[in-house]
Ligand binder design. Structure first.
Ligand code: GN1
Ligand code: MG
Length: 371
């Protein structure tokens, strides 16, 4: 089905004048649709939910329905009370014209949805400076507040195994057994270096899982993917205004979000840098992020939550590097790639970042204690 035919099934005012790729996500296909009539313009986001990644795309849509309903009600109530210093936003699902459904299924059985675009706002691929990092922290903290009382039972696990680091290690061990992986390892010194890096840190993989098992940490609702380019910043005020990419919102450890946001925001070289000397964990950005996060979320964090913040900062680049490296050895089937070595390089970047965090452990722990 033509994309223009598809998007026209949704209830959007005006005529379609442009439809073009949007953003730089590694999973879903995303397009910007521009609709105009004689006096105004509406911009929307069209997305195909990747069924190779998400086993049940229809469940993803039910989750999104529940999540947006909960958050929009809460946002409106807070706005009425005049609680906030800004208009916090969250995209809304646009329904189809004829059946009023939340999505359309195409001829191949794939699920497409349209959501509103957060206007006059942008997300950046890398942190722009401490002010930006602080706003990212506020946006994540406020998002955690928003979803904190969304009933966990209303959400179906969108991606079983997501952010279960020990599970990624198991998958990696399976992939290692394949001849193709062995061939890649024997032909690349960098690949062997990555494998060694993982071997030296097997214990790290289970640090948060253990804390959850022994009851120190509890599952709450989390975003799942709060990297810097999923945090929208208002063009006019420079303030955080919305979190996007909501497919992975589900019960989990907020530490995963905390570590994931920091591994992304505190690496100004970005995820695709090829010169590893440029990859360093920027502590000023981290401090700014934490300040913003604590302002919004500090009141509902326990001492145990805080005690595991350093581990989460170290764990997340390790976990993502492991996921990238495993996908490289497995033929690049999960993350979108432009070249066969791209996932190997992405892993190099994350592991370099992890080393940089380890080298700064004392100072990071000290800064965390001051929060
Ligand atoms: C994927 O789709 P995107 O690019 O926002 C991935 C995240 C990774 C990220 C790394 C569902 O997110 O976990 O941190 O790539 N999302 C999923 O860039 O696997
Ligand atoms: Mg995503």
């Amino acid at each position: 089905m033509e994309l223009s035919v598809l998007i026209n099934q949704f209830n959007i005012k005006g005529r379609l004048v442009a439809l073009q790729p949007l953003g730089s996500g590694n999973i879903n296909d995303t397009y910007l649709g521009v609709f105009r009539n004689t006096f105004t313009e509406t911009q929307v986001v069209l997305q195909r939910v990747n069924h190779l990644v998400f086993p049940d795309p229809e469940a993803i849509m039910v989750n999104m329905h529940e999540l947006t309903k909960h958050c929009h009600e809460k946002l409106e109530a807070d706005a009425k009370e005049g609680k906030d210093d800004r208009v916090w936003q969250m995209p809304r699902i646009i329904k189809t014209k004829v059946t009023g459904s939340d999505f359309v299924t195409d001829d191949n059985g794939e699920i497409w949805r349209v959501i509103t675009k957060i206007m006059s706002a942008h997300a950046f691929d890398v942190a722009q400076g401490p002010e930006h990092a602080l706003e990212c922290g506020s946006a994540l903290g406020h998002f955690h507040y928003l979803i904190s009382d969304l009933e966990q039972s209303k959400i179906t696990n969108p991606l079983p195994g997501f952010h279960v680091t020990s599970g990624y290690l198991k998958q990696y061990d399976e992939v290692l057994k394949k001849p193709r992986a062995q061939e890649l390892l024997s032909s690349s010194m960098e690949a062997r270096r990555m494998a060694k890096f993982i071997e030296e840190r097997r214990d790290l993989a289970v640090c948060l899982e253990k804390a959850e098992e022994n009851g120190e940490l509890k599952k709450r609702m989390f975003h799942g993917d709060p990297k810097v380019n999923n945090i929208m910043i208002d063009d006019i005020t420079g303030k955080g205004t919305a979190m996007i990419d909501l497919d992975t919102v589900s019960p989990g450890l907020i530490h995963m979000d905390f570590g994931d946001a920091l591994r992304s925001i505190c690496n100004p070289a970005g995820e695709e840098e090829t010169n590893l000397t440029k990859v360093v964990f920027d502590e000023d950005l981290a401090t700014a992020f934490c300040k913003g996060y604590m302002r919004e979320a500090g009141s509902f964090l326990t001492d145990a939550d805080r005690a595991y913040f350093y581990d989460s900062i170290r764990l997340l680049p390790f976990e993502l590097g492991l996921r990238f490296f495993q996908d490289y050895l497995n033929g690049n089937v999960y993350f979108k790639t432009k070249t066969p070595e791209q996932n190997l390089n992405r892993a190099r970047v994350q592991f370099r970042l992890c080393e940089s965090i380890e080298a700064r452990e004392r100072s990071i722990r000290q800064a965390l204690r001051r929060l």
